[in-house]
Structure formats: C-alpha cells, structure tokens
Design a protein around this ligand. Structure first.
Ligand code: CU
Length: 322
C-alpha cells in the first residue's frame, strides 16, 4: 500500500514485532471490554422491556442472596483486566529501556518541521531513514512549543518538549515507506508537520548513509562547537580556571554542592551548559558563563554527543588550584 493511502487505512500496516504486540493488546482488551459490557447492555434492554409500565410481570422483591456469585462477578472481571494491566505495564517498561547497542538518532521538532540527525552527521528534514533488525533510539527536543513524534507503523509516539530531552526506541522489521506525523496540536501548520519514515535493509541503510551529505559526524561537530564556544579554554588539562574534567562524565553521579548527587545524563549536561548556576557541583567555584540563547538545540545535541564520547572518567585533570 502507498504511504498516503495507508494514512486512511483503518488499521495501518505494522512494521515491528512490538507494533504487532500492541495490536494484540488493543484487540484483546477491546474483546474483553465487549465481553464484560455487552451482556449488561443486553440485560438492561431486556429488563426494561420485560418490566415496562403496564405489563403484568412478577415484581415481588426477593431477599435471596448469593455471596459467592456477587463476589465472583466483581473478582473475575477484575482479575481478567489485571492481566492486561500487567501486559501493558511490561510493554511500557520495555519502551522505557532501550538496549545499549542501539543506533542513536537525534530529532528536533520546531514549527513546523522535524529535523533528524544520524550519528555520522547525516541530517534530514521531515524524512527519517532507519534500518531493519537493529534497535534505534531517537532522542528528541523541541525548539519552540510541545510537539509529538508519531510513527503509526511502529505504534509509538512521544512528546517533544522545549527544554527537556525525551526518548523513544524501536526495532523495525518490515522495509517500506510509512508516514510520520506530529501528533500534538502545535499551531497553524500543525497539519503539515510530518513526512515519511523509510525502513530499509541494513545494507541499503549503509548505502544511503554513504550517499548522504554530512559535515562530519555528530561527535566531530560537537568537538568543533566545543572549541568554537571557548569551552576548551577551561575544560582542558592545565587550564588556569579550575573546571571539572568532562571525560567519563556521562552516566556517572555528580556530587552537588547542596548535598546529594545527580546523574549526568543528556538532560543534566544540557542544563549545565545552558544555565551552569543550577546544580552547583561540590568542590568547584562556579565560573562558567551562561550559554542560554547562544547555543541552539542542534548544536547542543552535537555537544552532548561529544561529551558522551569522552570515555573513562578520570579524576580532576585541570590540576591548577584557583
Ligand atoms: Cu508539531
């Protein structure tokens, strides 16, 4: 089916195992809901007709009770719905925990387009190319208002927020061209904020990457931004300013001046660069300039990738005392 015809299909093609599982969950839960409610609606209708005004029927109140019956018709449906709760919660948990070996793609939503960037630096607008058989993580942020990236063929969507990174991941298994959308009303041109998701065989994906223009890998772009913004002046071994080493920072706990620690994830690093006066670090004098307004989200994604790529946390390299 052509991708645009698919947009009208009642039940879009599913392009991953987890999309198929989502369908089973939704169908199963719909069936259970029907099973539990349709008999009640039939009984209500039947009783309403049987005991209608003026009809001669047996209306004497009976005080016969069957506790077992009463408990069972509450308990059995409850347990049956719990099965779906458990199933849904397990899928939710899987969606929250991408595997470590995933391809990391960054996405920026803005009025009214999507910009995607691959680890090699290949950028695309309103188009997203991914391989089959490999997990793909998309880390995203909005440059303005709230958007949401919706990939119906994979049955997933995620809000894209200003000032905070969000994530989704999937492992596609059916090559093809599918639609992608913004599913959060975001202004005048919301309806045209979308494009195509192209799922390709891994070899075709590699070929596509090779043919696409890139101005250096994301990490290399980040390294360039790191020196262009003068970060290197402080965050380098032997600098005059005593600044923490960024090597191995990603994923480690940072001790805070106010006590406690904070996990150095993408969001922490971004916040610290834009507004270093937040989350003051124990043992340092805060001398870092505020970069809010000077670094856009695209450059920030590159900077964060670069800082992530600095392996092996080592003790303070800057050495010099203030
Ligand atoms: Cu939008």
């Amino acid at each position: 089916m052509k991708p645009d015809a698919q947009a009208l299909a009642l039940w879009p093609t599913s392009a991953s195992l987890s999309a198929a599982e989502t369908d089973h969950l939704v169908l199963g839960f719909t069936l259970l809901t029907l099973l539990l409610t349709v008999p009640i609606f039939i009984a209500i209708t039947w009783f309403a007709i049987w005991f209608r005004d003026g009809r001669i029927a047996y209306r004497t109140y009976s005080d016969r009770r069957n506790r077992l019956l009463e408990v069972s018709w509450m308990l059995i449906p409850f347990l049956l719905t719990l099965v779906f709760f458990y199933w849904g919660a397990r899928m939710f948990d899987t969606h929250k925990h991408p595997p470590g070996d995933a391809i990391r793609i960054s996405a920026i939503g803005k009025q009214w387009m999507w910009k995607f960037q691959h680890p090699g630096g290949q950028a695309e607008i309103d188009d997203l190319h991914v391989p089959t058989g490999q997990p793909v993580v998309i880390t995203m942020i909005s440059q303005d208002v709230i958007h949401a990236l919706y990939l119906p063929a994979l049955r997933i969507q995620m809000e894209t927020l200003p000032d905070r990174y969000t994530q989704l991941w999937f492992k596609a298994d059916r090559p093809g061209i599918y639609r992608l959308y913004c599913s959060e009303y975001c202004g005048t041109d919301h309806s045209v904020m979308g494009g195509y998701l192209t799922i390709m065989q891994p070899a075709d994906y590699q070929k596509w990457l090779g043919q696409s223009a890139t101005s250096g890998s994301l990490v290399a772009q980040g390294r360039a931004a790191f020196s262009a913004h003068g970060c290197l002046g402080c965050h380098v071994a032997g600098s005059v300013v005593r600044a923490p080493s960024l090597a191995g920072l990603f994923g480690s706990p940072v001790p805070l001046a106010a006590g406690g620690t904070i996990l150095a994830d993408d969001g922490y690093i971004r916040d610290k660069i834009l507004d270093p006066d937040r989350n003051l670090i124990a043992g340092y004098r805060q001398l870092m300039p505020v970069f809010k307004g000077t670094i856009d989200e695209g450059e920030m994604m590159a900077l964060v990738s670069y800082i992530k790529s600095l392996g092996g946390r080592s003790p303070d390299q800057s050495g010099a005392t203030p």
